[in-house]
Design a protein around this ligand. Structure first.
Ligand code: IFM
Length: 477
């Protein structure tokens, strides 16, 4: 299948006194299974690498785990009602692989699929388009025991799992993304070890990245075979990468980090090849012998859309890195490019200490459109953690509103510049388990009171976003 032209409406703006988005623009919010569902051992769910990892001492702040998380598994109906109150047009969620296939192979767990059937039905009943992500980091533990993503067979297992999900939900779910942020799965999971499964082996990280993309390609083919009408894509997390100065050393440091963060994934997925300079940078770590004939053609199986998660920009310089900001990092996040320093520019940051850089979203979207593809793009995540406080039953998260506002203006600017942007998903619908940071970082538009029966309190940002959706845009500044 060749890349289709952008859907009607995508990229066509109604210019007026308001910043109006194209008609049909998909306004959404996103979550992920392990971050919100809880019910970790219920109804036949098997353990994932995140269950094992979070139950290992010293991996997650304060020993938090996703055992209960936001208890979404038991609050599905009321959570969908909250989405309807917001006026969401779409909800991006992920399916927990070990809930559907407890050991990562074999038949489906019917009760696990039933949960997602109920979710999808409730969404459709509320006129909310389900947007399904197949893999948001919760690999069944058994597959990790058998080698995990560095092992080639995991890609084939992922395609089998995809078949189970599409057979159950393909009649009702139109939009599918295969992987969420394969960079994190590969380089945080197997390189730095800050994410599950916590391995610190640079060569394994490179192999994991390849097999994740191979699994993606096989999953796209499985989806196409089952549902030729499905809209299929992948979600990558991208960053503009700037050199701190124009010295040749800093410029080269930026090239290398851009290579690992962005081009290691974009080039195989959208061009069917690895960038030669990235292969050269990685040569002393890995000879790419794991890449077999035909793999890259599978990886580059044509898509219908590309999902982009955007949070911040990297500014880098040559030289020894600062000590890691998280005490948990022991391996390398940037295999072969460890001699790079991440420079802070002194601009405002979120509670993750990520610099706030809305123009970077325009740059990122334009780059993907200009250099890689005419496909419709979707911002599948964008958002910010801030310290939220409940005062008189309300959470007035003005910083988060400002963050969303600036990034939506950037999204609008990208559309004006010709980017076929089809939608925007705020991260996140609700506060949740922020991986190695546990519940200490809050990204939600809905506050979750973990200590008071999981009470949900829509923050000011939720009301603000509902108004953006209602008017399909923002007031001009
Ligand atoms: O919470 C994560 C999400 O799971 C993946 N993208 C980034 C978010 C914020 O760190």
């Amino acid at each position: 299948m060749s890349n289709p032209a952008p859907s009607p409406g995508v990229g066509v703006l109604d210019q007026g006194t308001e910043l109006t988005f194209p008609s049909g623009f998909l306004w959404g919010a996103a979550t992920a299974a392990y971050q919100i569902e809880g019910a970790a051992t219920e109804d036949g769910r098997g353990p994932s690498i995140w269950d094992t990892f979070s139950h290992t001492e010293g991996t997650v702040v304060a020993g938090h785990t996703g055992d209960v998380a936001c208890d979404h598994y038991h609050r599905l109906a009321s959570d969908v009602s909250l989405m309807a109150d917001l006026g969401l047009k779409s909800y991006r969620f992920s399916v927990s692989w070990p809930r559907v296939q407890p050991t990562g192979s074999g038949p489906a767990n019917a009760k696990g699929l039933d949960f997602y059937r109920r979710l999808v039905d409730d969404l459709l009943d509320s006129d909310i388009e389900p947007w399904l992500t197949l893999y948001h980091w919760d690999l069944p533990q058994r597959l990790e025991d058998e080698g995990g993503w560095p092992a080639r067979d995991t890609a084939a297992r992922f395609a089998d799992y995809t078949r189970l999900v599409v057979d159950a939900l393909g009649d009702r779910v139109r939009h599918w993304t295969t992987l969420n942020e394969p960079w994190c799965s590969a380089f945080l999971g197997y390189g730095s070890g800050v994410h599950a499964p916590g391995r610190t082996d640079s060569a394994a990280a490179v192999r994991a990245g390849h097999h994740l993309m191979l699994g993606h390609g096989l999953a796209v083919q499985a989806l196409r075979a089952a549902r030729p009408d499905a809209q299929v894509g992948v979600t990558v997390n991208l960053y503009p990468v700037d050199p701190a100065t124009d010295s040749p050393e800093d410029v080269d440091a930026a090239r290398r980090i851009d290579g690992l963060a962005n081009r290691f994934f974009l080039d195989p997925l959208l061009r069917g090849s690895y960038p030669q300079d990235v292969r050269d940078d990685l040569r002393r770590i890995c000879d790419f012998g794991h890449v077999r004939d035909g793999d890259l053609a599978v990886i580059a199986t044509p898509l219908d859309l590309v999902g982009i998660n955007y949070y911040s920009r990297h500014v880098v310089a040559a030289g020894p890195p600062e000590p890691a900001s998280s005490g948990f990092v022991s391996g390398s996040t940037w295999p072969g490019s460890e001699d790079v320093r991440f420079v802070s520019r002194g601009v405002p940051v979120t509670d993750m200490q990520w610099e706030i850089d809305a123009p970077g979203l325009v740059e990122t979207l334009r780059r993907v459109h200009d250099e890689y593809t005419d496909l419709p793009l979707y911002v599948t995540e964008n958002g910010s953690a801030f310290v939220d406080t409940v005062v008189d039953g309300r959470v007035d998260d003005v910083d988060r509103v400002a963050y969303f506002d600036a990034h939506l203006r950037a999204a609008h600017a990208a559309i004006s510049a010709g980017v076929p942007l089809g939608g925007y998903f705020a991260w996140s619908l609700m506060d949740n388990f922020e991986w190695a940071w546990g519940f200490t970082k809050r990204f939600g538009m809905i506050y979750v009171d973990y200590d008071d029966d999981q009470a949900r309190i829509p923050k000011s940002s939720a009301r603000w976003y509902a108004e953006v959706i209602r008017r399909n845009g923002l007031a001009a500044q």
